[in-house]
Design a protein around this ligand. Structure first.
Ligand SMILES: O=C(O)CCC(=O)C(=O)O
Ligand SMILES: [Fe+2]
Length: 227
């Protein structure tokens, strides 16, 4: 039984490691479903480390939840071990953001790399259950590298009329995209959202896509909280 639990027993390296302080700024995008933008969630040094660490173990990405289509996800993916020191800092930060959750609620971090033309078509992060027999209650999708154009994260079921909102948002979202919510890929920024309704069922409004990357590379980081 113990062996099947996640390896969160003592880990001296992780416990002794001093995390960089991150002074990030949270801004609510939507109350229902809950979506919060986190500016500077990942520090430059953490980004550099995670890009390099991720690039050492990338494999072709596997699809997440339904709807299932062939080749819906064409990126490459690397899971970081739980004893990765910098990864543990991000897990702790994500857990604390959600109200001092234990780190054991955070799934293995996943680095995702997109080259020219690669994408992740509209999908849900819930309903996956395969990895750890647990449901992904929330997602934090952070940007490690955004050397690309029109390579944001789009929520086709969520409408925001940005012409009625403060123009400072336009640094982080596509203000000219009609009324579909599209976050720009901004290095260091992250987006938090809640995948599940209160009764634990999946919220279909959280449908989202990683747009096909133009002219360059995008590297992201998935921080999923499981229940
Ligand atoms: O690349 C993106 O913008 C989104 C990625 C994503 O949704 C995922 O990896 O589950
Ligand atoms: Fe996703």
């Amino acid at each position: 039984f113990l062996l099947r639990r996640w390896p969160f027993t003592q880990n001296t390296a992780v416990d002794a490691f001093v995390c960089e302080p991150s002074r990030y700024t949270s801004r609510v995008v939507s109350y229902d479903p809950l979506i919060v933008h986190l500016e500077n969630f990942i520090t430059p040094a953490e980004r550099e480390y995670l890009i390099e660490r991720g690039s050492r173990s990338l494999v072709a990405s596997r699809d997440g939840g339904p709807p299932k289509e062939g080749q819906a996800r064409t990126s490459s993916t690397a899971f970081l071990p739980h004893n990765d020191t910098v990864g543990a800092c991000l897990q702790k930060r994500a857990a604390e953001f959600q109200g001092f959750l234990p780190r054991s609620k955070i799934e293995m971090l996943q680095v995702v790399q997109y080259k020219q033309g690669q994408e992740y078509r509209p999908h849900f992060d819930w309903g996956v259950k395969s990895a750890h027999k647990a449901e992904r209650e929330t997602t934090i999708f952070g940007i490690l590298e955004a050397d690309c154009e029109n390579c944001g994260t789009q929520f086709p079921e969520i409408a925001v009329d940005w012409s009625k909102e403060d123009e400072r948002w336009c640094k982080f979202v596509d203000c000219g995209e009609g009324e579909i919510l599209t976050f720009k890929a901004v290095a260091g920024s992250a987006v938090f959202w809640k995948n599940l309704h209160e009764d634990g069922t999946g919220d279909r409004r959280t449908l989202h896509a990683g747009l096909p990357v133009q002219n360059g590379t995008k590297v992201g980081l998935n921080i999923w909280t499981i229940i």
